[in-house]
Write a protein that binds this ligand. Structure first.
Ligand code: ADP
Ligand code: MG
Length: 240
């Protein structure tokens, strides 16, 4: 069986400067892969190409073995069965929680009461179903955003620094809750982060990126115990 998400030899340059260089990896269903690396190394650009909001110069993207994008064929973002949860991908302020969660579903909340109820229960937001985003705390908004991203049962979920806007004291709790729900839903997740601690806590597989390239990939304990070089070791050395 092919992995749920497969990326082969992705390349992207801006103004002649290569920011994603020959990136290849696979994410099986039910697993979380963390694309980890310092700011500016090319993580968000990689995610944007997989989402379909940016176009690679070369390389191919597959979902469940089906071609989603290469240099001649390009499935539009809404037909990729790929969900997004970006840092600046806020809730819709004019819609209550119920309609925010149902946003990606045909017929809105009225046609999808069971699915919305199931997800709100799972993120402990049932009592806020009629609230508006501005009435919620940052952590609560984040939980609703997760429910919204998962509602259409995406085959792949892309998350770009999803916890970075949250209070540091809340983050580990929300990371653990998020991970539990992702595992229950069984989607393949590609999570971008610049924090080694977050990748160690959440990843089945870490893809360590530097200057547009994946310099090491494997289970968290492999990278931690057997770093490929001094820079990788240094990156993991100040883990909290
Ligand atoms: P990361 O998410 O790892 O912080 P990005 O993928 O956002 O990194 O950016 C990688 C590099 O590509 C950076 O040097 C950034 O300035 C550059 N870059 C990203 N998007 C564009 C763009 N649309 N035009 C020009 N340069 C860009
Ligand atoms: Mg980024």
């Amino acid at each position: 069986m092919p992995p749920r998400l497969e990326v082969q030899n992705l390349n992207r340059a801006f103004d002649g400067q290569r920011v994603v260089a020959d990136v290849s990896f696979g994410v099986p269903a039910g697993q979380v892969a963390c694309l980890l690396g310092p700011s500016g190394c090319g993580k968000s650009t990689t995610l944007r190409m997989i989402a379909g909001v940016d176009m690679q110069d070369s390389g191919r993207i597959f979902v469940d073995g089906k071609l989603v994008c290469d240099t001649v064929f390009r499935l539009p973002p809404e037909r990729r069965a790929i969900g997004l949860m970006f840092q600046d991908f806020a809730l819709f302020p004019h819609l209550p929680v119920s309609e925010n969660v149902a946003f990606g579903l045909k017929g809105g909340h009225a046609a999808n009461r069971a699915r919305v109820a199931e997800l709100l229960d799972r993120v402990r937001m049932t009592s806020h179903i009629d609230s508006y985003p501005h009435e919620l705390s940052g952590g609560e908004q984040q939980r609703v955003a997760l429910a919204r991203a998962l509602a259409p049962r995406p085959r792949v979920l892309l998350m770009d620094e999803p916890f970075s806007g949250l209070d540091e004291r809340l983050r580990d709790g929300i990371r653990d809750e998020t991970l539990a729900l992702l595992k229950e839903e069984g989607t393949a997740v590609l999570l971008v982060t610049h924090e080694p601690h977050e990748a160690m806590r959440m990843a089945d597989q870490i893809l360590l990126m530097r200057d547009g390239r994946i310099v090491q990939q494997g289970a968290p304990y492999n990278l931690y115990n057997a770093p490929a070089d001094r820079q990788v070791a240094a990156f993991f050395s100040d883990i909290n």
